[in-house]
Write a protein that binds this ligand. Structure first.
Ligand code: ASP
Length: 303
């Protein structure tokens, strides 16, 4: 099957982004533009959507700008535990890892889970020994250390002590793509939420919540308060409404994010459909996002 339309969308998290300086906004937007341009080239030259989303997400994991891989936020015990997933919409192949502490690119390991095992989700020590067995890049946990993120944790803890609600940075990364063969893929990666309990796993590695890809329907990568995104199976829900209610990508994705707002569940998502239409709804004050398709020029935005 061949499809003329193709494209990719990415996100770098939804949340309280109002305190970003102009310079920080510029640096983030530059990173998004560069990554989108390279990922789009993969698609333009006939590459697969799976390669494009894996590439984009691993680029963000390597950057300290985002809450994934190198920029991961801290648990309540001042450690870092990362989650990631990836899915291919042709036959629903999906892989995920959770609570990994020393994997340089969790999204690459997630892909290897479905390529090399009979499983979908591997966690913690098991995921790490699997990584070792296949030669995946392992780094010392100090690679992920960041003074800024540690301060963020300590601040969040103080807020709890004062009995304030924590609204900390939530800056997961994700990508969705449609390739020239009509295959849709999606991937998401995160350090989770600042001050999370040890072993807490959010929506990011949960197929159907943080990530979903279904050919002929859509691909979704979510970001936000993970517990709600699991309860409402957000990524799959967007596709289900398209499939069974005949909604457009816009109707479906904006509808879901609006409903989450009504129950104070903050976040957003990026989605692409079989015709390379892109939707980027969010109910927070900003979401780092961008896209490029054969029908629409490169664009990046935060607010
Ligand atoms: N959804 C992620 C989590 O709950 C956080 C985020 O999107 O920033 O782990």
């Amino acid at each position: 099957m061949s499809s003329q339309n193709f494209g990719i969308a990415v996100h770098g998290g939804a949340g309280v982004l109002s305190n970003l300086t102009k310079e920080q906004q510029y640096i983030i937007e530059q990173k998004l533009s560069e990554t989108l341009t390279l990922a789009y080239d993969i698609l333009k030259t006939g590459g697969s959507s799976l390669d494009a989303v894996e590439f984009a997400v691993s680029e963000f994991e390597d950057s300290p700008l985002f809450n994934a891989g190198r920029g991961s936020v801290y648990t309540s015990e001042e450690t870092q535990e990362m989650d990631a997933s990836i899915m291919h919409g042709l036959n629903r192949d999906a892989g995920a890892v959770a609570s990994v502490k020393n994997i340089k690119n969790p999204v690459k390991l997630a892909r290897k889970v479905f390529e090399h095992t009979e499983h979908i989700l591997l966690v913690a020590d098991g995921a790490e020994s699997f990584a070792q067995s296949i030669g995946e890049t392992i780094v010392d946990p100090s690679y992920f250390h960041s003074k800024k993120n540690l301060q963020r944790l300590r601040k969040a803890k103080n807020k709890i002590a004062e009995n304030h609600l924590i609204q900390d940075k939530i800056g997961t990364v994700g990508a969705v793509a449609l390739d020239k063969d009509g295959n849709i893929s999606a991937a998401t990666s995160t350090g989770g939420m600042t001050n999370k309990m040890l072993g807490r796993v959010g929506d990011t590695p949960i197929i159907g919540s943080g990530t979903w890809a279904q050919n002929k329907i859509c691909g979704v990568s979510s970001t936000g308060h993970g517990e709600f995104f699991i309860k409402f199976q957000v990524a799959k829900e967007v596709c289900t409404r398209i499939e069974y209610l005949n909604q457009s990508l816009q109707e479906s994705s904006y509808g879901v994010i609006e409903e989450l707002k009504d129950i104070n569940a903050s976040g957003g998502l990026i989605a692409i459909d079989k015709d390379a239409n892109v939707a980027t709804p969010f109910n927070t004050d900003g979401m780092i996002r961008g896209s490029i398709t054969n029908k629409s020029e490169l664009n990046v935005a935060i607010y």
